[in-house]
Design a protein around this ligand. Sequence first.
Ligand SMILES: Cc1cc2nc3c(=O)[nH]c(=O)nc-3n(C[C@H](O)[C@H](O)[C@H](O)COP(=O)(O)OP(=O)(O)OC[C@H]3O[C@@H](n4cnc5c(N)ncnc54)[C@H](O)[C@@H]3O)c2cc1C
Length: 423
Amino acid sequence: MSDTTSTIPKSSEVLIIGGGIAGITAAWFLNKAGVEVTVCEKGSISGEQSGRNWGWIRQQGRDRAELPIVMESMRLWQEIADELDEDIGYRRAGSLYLCENDAEMANHDHFMAFAPTCGLDSARLNRKQLEALMPGCPARWQSALYTPDDGRAEPSLAVQAMARTLTGRGVRIIENCAVQQILTQNQRVTGVLSEHGEIRASSVLCAGGAWSTFLLKPCGIRLPQLTVKASVARTAPAPLLFNGNASGSKVSFRRRLDGGYSVASSDYLEIFPSMAHLQFLPDFVALMTTSWRKLRFRIPELTIDGNFTRHRSLNPIPTAKTVARIKSRLADRMPAFAGIELVEAWSGMIDALPDLVPVLDRAERVDGLWISTGFSGHGFGIGPGAGKLMANLIQGNAVDYDLDRFRLARFSDGSKLELGPAI
Ligand SMILES: Cc1cc2nc3c(=O)[nH]c(=O)nc-3n(C[C@H](O)[C@H](O)[C@H](O)COP(=O)(O)OP(=O)(O)OC[C@H]3O[C@@H](n4cnc5c(N)ncnc54)[C@H](O)[C@@H]3O)c2cc1C
């Protein structure tokens, strides 16, 4: 990876804005197809959501339209992991949604009505089956939804390792290079204006995460986005209770490659609408109505707008109260972890769209402009599937998925939005 102005090319067949998992996996598959590709990243590779998430790679609990893409993603994660020089921690050790009562289990009925017909081996476990899978599982959890071949990987390693491999294959990945503007002429993309100069390109992919709305606005595209702060901590190495991902109503944890767990409160998210986001609040009424219990409004601590060099990589800090909440939840719900130290805590800004599913589409009014963004808290797992899909679309190849649900126009053509499962 490089960050010097001397490496700024004059042109590239495809220019990708954003070095998170959406941008880097699209670059991965474009490069495989022999397409010349350049990635501009305003800060460092995976410095935002893609390097800060829980590391769940789950099919379980997915929106129906996302499911085939994430199922393909599982295979692609393995394919990519096999081509990297280092272990990124990709393991298929399963996901558990832990339930305290029948009502919690009933929340998964909608998913279970279609998941098995899509070929997924998700199952409802009773207490005995759960205990067999997680010996010593606290008695409060009576049952669980289980998908044995769900996966996990290390966000702090995965996308950076992919980017290093791509660099070795000749892909230009330029850090500290903010794209200031997507350039167009006669409603056709001509390239981008980066902070280090213009790069001509006949195709541009916007994969800017929480910043996408501000990249697209000057092109006349309205993308209603909100940024939602989510906080995580990691424990010191701890006894093996479950080797995959597990989540109850109050606490979630995921086994890490280093023998610890990434842990978080399941029911606590903070919304930070900056001035530029206030116009989108009406788009989010349905989401707020269903999720008000876990959402808190906060005064913005970071300004996310059209100034792309103000925060090179968004680094929101979890408050002491948030970390204390994670700690007490863990001790309360998982007594086996009570004495285990939390050695680090961090936060990330999730890019939520009103219906909690991403936009995977071309911009109708600007030829050559593609959009892969708004993964709404679950883009890490589906990343390689989405990356391959976008690489195919950009090349003009047919894809096997029904992408209607991921249209950009759903926010402007009067469509009734259907809320996806959860952030
Ligand atoms: C705390 C937390 C937990 C999560 N847990 C999970 C999980 O367990 N499983 C899961 O599947 N998902 C999870 N997610 C969501 C997941 O991390 C994201 O959906 C995914 O990483 C989004 O990837 P992205 O590439 O679209 O965005 P990002 O990773 O945010 O990348 C966008 C990049 O674009 C760059 N950029 C923006 N504007 C410009 C510009 N003008 N010029 C150049 N570069 C620019 C940014 O600097 C950034 O690096 C979680 C997210 C958080 C925050």
